[in-house]
Design a protein. Sequence first.
Length: 377
Amino acid sequence: MHINFAMWRKASWELIKMDDKKEWDALDVISKWLIATRSAVTAVTVYSCIIAGALAWRDGYFSWLPWIILTIGLFIAHGTNNLLNDYTDFSRGVDKDNYFRTQYGVHPLVQNFWSKSVQIRWFIVSGVLATLSGIFALFYTNFNLSVITLFAFGAVTLLFYTWPFKYWGLGEFAIFLIWGPIMIASVYFVLALGNGGDLSNVLKVALAGVPFGLSVASINIGKHIDKMQDDKIKGVGTFPVRVGQTAARYVDIASIVLAYGVVIYLVATGYFSTFMLLILFAIQRALYAVFALSKPRPDAAPKGFEAFWPTWFSGFCFYHNRMFGGLFVVGILLDTLARKFAGSLPLSANWLGAIVLGIGLVYAVVKMQMDKAKKPA
């Protein structure tokens, strides 16, 4: 067995499909963990932590070591949740009979790549590592009551998301809260508290986390619409199962549109500079997702989409989130840099952002025209 750095990179960016147990057994430990925990999706945790870290830096509360420990711990905690999710659904018989989950990525239990006892050991080791990060946060903030509460909330959500929250139709809302306002505000809170900072901005930070949380939740809602027929049969009462496909599709559309609305509001009120309007470059992907969500899910893969099936709505929402999340992070970093070094810059952050946005729009238009010119008549 050798360290497969190429697989680390691939598994961190896309969901891996694999049917050969020998190929699985030949993988190194990190590759197996990244694949088993679906790290292409858990990367959203890192995005949330980057957003929180940038906002803390903007306010003068950033420290590298605590931020790295918190980010790694939360990333592992997300993976731990996915391990427990698969274990719980497998044990309850949900993942049998070519269930949706088994069609788009490796499921070590269903594919007999390892046993339930091995999965539990991986869950325990991952859980311990994530818990150590939480314990560090407690010591770093002198066991602040709010941090203790957040730590307990995270532990409860990790243990009970798969059952019963997801079965009660609350899983999607929990995803929005956790990867949006709660995680982003919590990481900011710990960094600010550890540096003796003013916590009056925490609510604004939580609001700043809402757009990213909505974008992440849109993927989860889309996935649960994609598999709602299977979930109905299995008795899994997700939000789409409880409200129906039509209502769930329009809620998903609203989550995408509202993400842009909140960013624009924060720019208009001055909390963000115009750098944040870089997210507008993700609108094309947003429109793809909205257009797909405006119609019922097809019964089979449309021509040209066979390789992505059975993901449909979730695929479009994931495609959108990748660009929206990336531009959201870039925008916040540029916004922070401009504000931190405002004294040495000839223009304000808003003017710089407007200039960057203008250059980007011109480039986008020119490139689109060039691409059209290259197409055969």
